[in-house]
Ligand binder design. Structure first.
Ligand SMILES: Cc1ncc(CO)c(N)n1
Length: 237
């Protein structure tokens, strides 16, 4: 079994847990509050800007021109998706570049972002790519899961986790090419390096679950602070 096949196999319990999370179930049933949706929206745009740094690092660490060009193409797609996202004005306030840059990065988002950028100093595609590819894989698999569900057809729920961009799918889609690169890089890596790459992939899958959870519970530094200073037990984390 290839390293990417091992990653996918061991990530199955995380995928099921993500499918069952009340935030994902809330998208299916159209049962999320505007505050929960707004929290997700703000945190996820900031998360995706952080991915720009990770994809840029992949361009730098590439071991072939083909890799560099693939990551560069994915980087362009990331920036154009973010441009479209910023143009959408939610009913409860604008999210322009300025206000976005000032939006605080909340605890779980910070943890996940740092988990990803911590791989950058390795300068190794095998170590950096799984941190990023896991989230992409999770959203693609959740998109497939959504297609099996009878879901609410009104916005903003309808477009959530919808597989609209075909560039991600199929044998020449981004995710398969990323897995092929992981397997190619694994051929010249030690067992320890391979295990480390897999652990990074699985940790990203776990943090995907916590990202939904943070939005569902609207976990902020402020409510963490309140709980801590009141001497109460933590906020269900
Ligand atoms: C938290 C998170 N993970 C993955 C994706 C997919 O790009 C996303 N938008 N947000």
């Amino acid at each position: 079994m290839s390293l990417s096949e091992e990653m996918i196999q061991e990530a199955q319990p995380y995928l099921i847990a993500n499918e069952k999370h009340p935030f994902v179930q809330g998208i299916i049933k159209g049962q999320l509050t505007p505050a929960q949706l707004q929290y997700y929206d703000r945190q996820d745009i900031a998360f995706e800007y952080n991915e720009v740094a990770v994809i840029t690092a992949l361009v730098n660490a590439s071991t072939s021109t083909e890799q560099a060009l693939l990551f560069q193409k994915r980087l362009t797609l990331q920036l154009s998706m973010l441009k479209d996202w910023l143009k959408r004005e939610p009913a409860d306030g604008p999210h322009d570049w300025e206000s976005l840059k000032q939006a605080p990065i909340q605890p779980i988002n910070q943890l996940y972002r740092q988990h990803m950028v911590a791989t950058i100093p390795t300068h190794s595609v095998l170590q950096i790519l799984p941190s990023f590819a896991a989230g992409e894989w999770m959203y693609i698999e959740l998109g497939k899961f959504m297609e099996t569900q009878t879901r609410v057809e009104t916005e903003p729920f309808r477009s959530f986790l919808t597989l609209s961009n075909q560039d991600f799918l199929g044998p020449r889609g981004y995710i398969q090419q990323f897995f092929d690169i992981i397997d190619h890089e694994a051929q010249t890596a030690s067992t320890q390096e391979q295990q480390r790459a897999k652990a990074t992939f699985l940790k990203s899958c776990l943090l995907e679950w916590y990202f939904w959870d943070a939005a569902y519970k609207q976990i902020t530094w402020e409510n963490w602070q309140t709980m801590a200073l009141k001497g109460q037990a933590g906020l269900g984390l």
